[in-house]
Design a protein around this ligand. Structure first.
Ligand code: CTP
Ligand code: MG
Length: 233
């Protein structure tokens, strides 16, 4: 039997940069909460069996109400103070599952993830342990220290990471075990944890999409509203 595939929708943040007075994933675009768009993309994908939603504390009831209509919703749980802590909370729900289960971690703040992106992550996961989604950078990206450029990596070698990021459960579990034992733990995403704590595991990068933007600040909400109307006119 094929291993099961779980999508974790990470909605444990409070949206400080958006400054909406409530978590940005509860804001509506195209007449539906951002969180509903994100859950819906995985619920509708035939390769996904279950969806676990991780919500910011104090907003679990809202998340549960949004997630309830989706038939693949398996759990709505409380996240932690950092994205890493929210991922760890989701991994706890998956305790006891076999190592070859596939797990995809997705930012709830990316409402327009689409089936082709999810397909690419799932396909790549057939042949490796960790998959990231990236898009090329239109801007030159440089490393700055103390207001001075210290290096300029060639633009064609740079990729802006999006989500979902996909893993075999055994691999991401092991990476977090090592990470949690490290008092100097720091990472902004799950591939960062694998890269740092299991450096021998190759992380495949597949193409993301410019539409798969992360709604982060007020301007993004304007763009998202436009994209939502275009998708569901
Ligand atoms: N996230 C999470 N748990 C946290 C922090 C973030 O699950 N403790 C999730 C967010 O809900 C979001 C994704 O990780 O879907 C990416 O994080 P980000 O865009 O930084 O969202 P926020 O942390 O909510 O925003 P901000 O950093 O501006 O407060
Ligand atoms: Mg954040």
């Amino acid at each position: 039997m094929a291993a099961r595939t779980v999508a974790v929708v990470l909605a444990g943040g409070v949206g400080e940069r958006m400054g909406a007075g409530r978590p940005k994933q509860l804001m509506e675009v195209g007449g539906r909460p951002i969180l509903a768009h994100a859950i819906g993309a995985f619920d509708a994908h035939p390769g996904i069996d279950e969806v676990v939603v991780v919500m910011a504390s104090g907003h679990l009831r809202d998340a549960a109400a949004i997630a309830a209509p989706f038939r693949k919703t398996a759990a709505v749980i409380e996240g932690g103070d950092t994205r890493t802590a929210s991922t760890v909370a989701a991994l706890r729900v998956l305790d006891g599952r076999p190592d070859d289960v596939r797990v995809l971690f997705h930012d709830a703040a990316r409402p327009f993830v689409d089936a082709p992106v999810i397909d690419r992550v799932l396909d790549a996961l057939d042949g490796c342990e960790a998959v990231a989604v990236g898009v090329p950078s239109p801007d030159t990206i440089v490393v700055v220290e103390g207001g001075v450029v210290v290096s300029m990596p060639p633009r064609e070698t740079l990729s802006r990471f999006q989500t979902p990021q996909g893993f075999r459960l055994g691999t991401i579990r092991k990476a977090y075990e090592l990470a949690l034992a490290d008092p100097a733990l720091r990472a902004t995403d799950d591939c960062g944890i694998v890269h740092r704590y299991l450096p021998d595991v190759p992380i495949r990068v597949v193409a993301g999409s410019e539409r798969n933007l992360k709604v982060t600040q007020p301007l993004d909400a304007v763009v998202a509203e436009h994209l939502a109307t275009e998708v569901n006119p």
